[in-house]
Every structure is written in structure tokens, then in C-alpha cells.
Design a binder for this molecule. Structure first.
Ligand SMILES: [Cu+2]
Length: 409
């Protein structure tokens, strides 16, 4: 009888509290600049990774849990000097496990400590270091934490909206002057009442989505590719020090459904959305007709409101008949998929354009300047390895006209 009672308890508790999940992240500091920015320059990071020998990820690896999971999240600090923590931004966890050093503990060099919590409501959260937060966070110690419904279904939350595809975009900025050895290698005692450290004025040169910018945003994990009438679920999180204004093409009928890990009481239908640092939003998009456009993100100074930079993420919605059939394209490419020569035809009377071919990782493969609306242009892709690429057309003033996906066979 006792045994049956015990078994029933185990079954009941596992169905109520979900799985026990053991997870680990490692904190590190680059000894030399290794993280490549869109213009090819390298910068050092202070951040998290999952692999001992792996490079630091920017953002940190996204942590996925299911609602009700009992999570044991270990932090192994392999970096020298400053200790680190994991603050679980927006999650309902107890103070001991919330990674704020003055209220709990911190993890010193070569120590491992474990955060224990039950994954709360399905939604989008952030984790970041809470030791000398402005510096460690700018250094790269941030990532997304996503709680899925208990059954892992493509549903925003239990009983919520179903979706076909989801994309997670974490916005931030990067000021290379904050990525110096002097700032990263500081010794730090969080119990000290006074700590002085000279910090440069924050003037970021790079404005990021998932650690990338400009042509790197053609990465297939970031740019949206979908079919008509598919529902796209966008998880947005701003971990920069500036505000973001998202502008969605109006034909996508953007619906703002959740904020900071909770459903909004009223769904808001809006083509624009402001996100301040630390906030998260859930947005549903659905295109009823074919589209090649972009979602614009303006990064603005919270004090002055001045827009400092804008990034665009391509969105392609295809009919079942495929991308070549879209009549709104200004350029036609054939054959696509291509084996040898890619021919470009001007559908519209853009006079002179520059074309750049990028790999899915954002590396420039070929750059052709001054294409003219007269003859057919052939680009030889024989020497390009098989894979997915993007061709981007810009006019002579440097404004982007449109981008196409190319499949190389
Ligand atoms: Cu830290």
C-alpha cells in the first residue's frame, strides 16, 4: 500500500511539476578580440557559452524550458578576475536564485553554482549577469530564456494562439570602447561600499539583432521567410541601453499579444511598437498576399528621442507558386536554383544599381558595382559552394532596394 502511494505521488508530482532539467552555461572572457562584426572588425566579449572550448555566443545561447520544469541551471565561471551571476530577468524565482549578488551569491573564478527554479508562465524572458551590470551586460553577458507550454506545442501559451513559425530577436548595441581589457579584467568586490571605475561615455557603433547587423541580418535564423496565411510568432526582447521602435509592414496585420511574459488583456493591432530596455513583447504576423519587404528597427536615445541608427530585417512571404512568380520584384533572377550563371533582369527602371551576394552567415561572396538597365547581366557562380545565399540590390546613394534568396546547386 505504501509503495502504491509512493508511485502515485511520483506520477502526480511529475505531471504537476514537469521534468527535471539539468542545464549548464559557462562564463568566459575573450583573451583577444574574436567576435566578428558586420564590417569584419573583431571585438572581445565577456559572455556565456555552452561549450568549454567554444567561442562566446552573442547573445548567449537561448535557454528553452517547458512550463513547470524543475530547472537546475549551473553556472561555471571560467573567466578570470570578476565573479559572475545569472539574473533571471522577469521570471518568478526566489531571491536566492535570482542572481543579484548583494541579495544572494556570486560565482567566482572556476566555481560552479546552481540556480534552481520552476519554469513559470510560457513567455519570453532574459538572463544576464548582475555583477557590475552595466559593464558585464554590455560585454555580452545576456541571452534569451524562453518558456514553452508544457506540451511544447506551437502555441504561445496554454490555451493561447497557435503559430506556424517563430523567430526570436534580441536587440542590443555594442560600443567597442567598453570592450577593453581594462574594463573586462577588473577585480571586483560587490560587498565594497564604494567602487570607482572609469567608464567611457556610451556611444555604440553597432546596433544589433541577435548579435548581428546590416547584411548579417540576412541570416536565415533572423530574416523571415514564410508562406501566405502562415502565422509567424515574433518574440522580441530589448537588452540594449537605447529604446527600439519596430515598424511592421501594414499588410502583416501585426498583433501585439503579450508583454513581459504575460498575455496582454487586450490584443493591440499596430504597425509600430516601442520597446524600452529590459522589456519583451510577443507579436503575431500574418501576410495574406506575397510580399518582399522589411521590418525596420529604429534605435533611439531614451533621453533625447533621437534615432541613432536603423536596421532592417527582410521578410519574404511567398505564395505556394514560389518567389520567382512575385510580380512586385524589381529584379528577376533566373535560373534559381542556379548552377553556373545567374542572370539578372531589371523589371523596373532603376537606372544603375550595385549588387552584393552574401552567404547565409553574412559574408560577402561577390560584389558587382554599376549594373545598368540595358543588357542582361550574368554573374558566374560556378566557383561558389552549394548553399543558400542572398543578393542585395542598392541604388547609387546606397539605399537598399530589395533582396532575394539564391539557392546554389
Ligand atoms: Cu558578470
Amino acid at each position: 500500500m505504501k509503495n502504491i502511494f509512493f508511485i502515485l505521488c511520483v506520477i502526480f508530482s511529475s505531471s504537476l511539476f514537469g521534468q527535471i532539467v539539468i542545464d549548464r552555461v559557462i562564463s568566459k572572457v575573450d583573451l583577444s578580440p574574436q567576435y566578428e562584426l558586420y564590417d569584419g572588425s573583431l571585438v572581445s566579449l565577456m559572455g556565456y557559452t555552452k561549450l568549454i572550448g567554444g567561442a562566446i555566443d552573442l547573445p548567449a545561447p537561448t535557454l528553452y524550458y517547458n512550463e513547470g520544469d524543475s530547472v537546475n541551471l549551473k553556472l561555471w565561471n571560467l573567466s578570470q578576475n570578476a565573479p559572475h551571476t545569472i539574473h533571471l530577468h522577469g521570471l518568478d524565482v526566489d531571491q536566492q536564485n535570482d542572481g543579484v549578488p548583494s541579495l544572494s551569491w556570486q560565482v567566482h573564478h572556476n566555481e560552479t553554482k546552481t540556480y534552481e527554479f520552476i519554469a513559470p508562465h510560457p513567455g519570453t524572458y532574459i538572463y544576464h549577469c548582475h555583477v557590475v551590470t552595466p559593464i558585464h551586460l554590455q560585454g555580452g553577458m545576456y541571452g534569451m530564456l524562453i518558456v514553452l507550454p508544457a506540451d511544447s506545442s506551437k502555441t504561445t501559451w496554454t490555451g493561447g494562439y497557435t503559430y506556424d513559425k517563430d523567430y526570436s530577436w534580441m536587440t542590443s548595441e555594442l560600443d567597442t570602447n567598453w570592450h577593453s581589457d581594462t574594463l573586462f579584467n577588473h577585480e571586483h568586490d560587490t560587498t565594497a561600499a564604494i567602487m570607482t571605475m572609469e567608464i567611457p561615455i556610451y556611444e555604440p557603433q553597432y546596433f544589433l539583432v541577435n548579435g548581428k547587423s546590416e547584411q548579417q541580418l540576412n541570416d536565415t535564423t533572423i530574416s523571415i521567410s514564410s508562406k501566405t496565411n502562415e502565422v509567424i510568432y515574433l518574440r522580441l526582447a530589448n537588452i540594449g541601453y537605447h529604446g527600439n521602435k519596430f515598424s511592421f509592414p501594414s499588410s502583416l496585420n501585426a498583433k501585439i499579444i503579450s508583454s513581459d511574459g504575460r498575455p496582454l488583456p487586450m490584443v493591440e493591432i499596430s504597425d509600430s511598437l516601442l520597446i524600452t530596455p529590459g522589456e519583451r513583447y510577443g507579436v503575431l504576423l500574418e501576410g495574406n498576399s506575397a510580399l518582399i519587404d522589411s521590418i525596420q528597427i529604429d534605435y533611439f536615445n531614451l533621453n533625447s528621442g533621437v534615432v541613432l541608427n536603423s536596421q532592417n530585417i527582410n521578410i519574404t512571404i511567398q505564395n505556394a507558386i514560389g518567389i520567382e512568380e512575385l510580380s512586385i520584384n524589381k529584379f528577376k533572377l533566373y535560373p534559381n536554383p542556379v548552377k553556373d550563371n545567374l542572370t539578372i533582369i531589371f523589371n523596373d527602371r532603376e537606372t544603375i544599381v550595385d549588387a552584393t551576394i552574401f552567404s547565409a552567415e553574412g559574408k560577402i561572396i561577390k560584389s558587382i558595382k554599376g549594373l545598368q538597365d540595358k543588357a542582361n547581366h550574368k554573374i558566374n557562380l560556378q566557383d561558389v559552394p552549394r548553399g543558400t545565399y542572398f543578393i542585395q540590390f542598392k541604388n547609387q546613394s546606397g539605399s537598399k532596394i530589395e533582396s532575394h534568396k539564391i539557392i546554389k546547386h
